[in-house]
Design a protein. Structure first.
Length: 183
């Protein structure tokens, strides 16, 4: 984390925490059922760890975006979403909370009066309800750059995304995620 923080500061990149489930072996992509209080504590711990490094390097943390399966589960589970929003609020209510557009996480952040940013994905497939297609299902990942660009333009300019079943769904795009790892 120290190296990443130093590089971000050197290059003028906004720094944000990316807390996840305790699942290092699977890069935070395994579904877990944890009590909201545990998720609150783990989220607070992870934000605090990064915050200490950022502060020690003379920087400022700007946002929090849950990672992987924590992100996906918090998009649909109001109790999990509330635990995350509360952790962000209790650590620093000026932090921006990033979550899937139209999700429970965005609603929880708004209840805590956090600044939220509704996120869309350039390189992920969507289901008709506006959620992401699970990674192990067909259509989950978009590898074609032209398709990803077209989807992004639809979301940002027209406020809509075409699901893998062909249904158009309304989305609010305030920030766009483009995965750097190709996955």
């Amino acid at each position: 984390m120290l190296t990443c923080v130093r590089e971000a500061l050197k290059n003028g990149v906004a720094i944000g925490a990316h807390p996840s489930f305790p699942d290092r072996d699977n890069f935070g992509r395994t579904a877990m059922v944890l009590p909201p209080e545990t998720v609150y504590a783990q989220t607070l711990y992870q934000i605090g760890a990064l915050g200490a490094i950022v502060q020690a390097q003379g920087g400022v943390m700007r946002h929090v975006k849950p990672h992987g399966m924590l992100y996906n589960q918090a998009a649909k589970d109001p109790h999990l979403a509330q635990a995350i929003a509360k952790a962000v609020h209790d650590y620093d209510p000026s932090l921006i909370l990033v979550g899937l557009a139209g999700s429970e996480l965005i609603r929880a952040g708004e209840r805590y009066r956090l600044v939220t940013r509704q996120e869309v994905f350039a390189d992920r497939g969507y289901q008709a309800d506006g959620s992401l297609v699970p990674r192990m299902q067909p259509g989950a990942l978009i590898h074609d750059e032209e398709q990803a660009l077209a989807q992004t333009l639809d979301m940002v300019q027209a406020g809509r995304v075409k699901s893998v079943t062909g249904v158009w769904t309304t989305v609010t795009a305030q920030t766009v995620c483009i995965h750097g790892d190709g996955e």
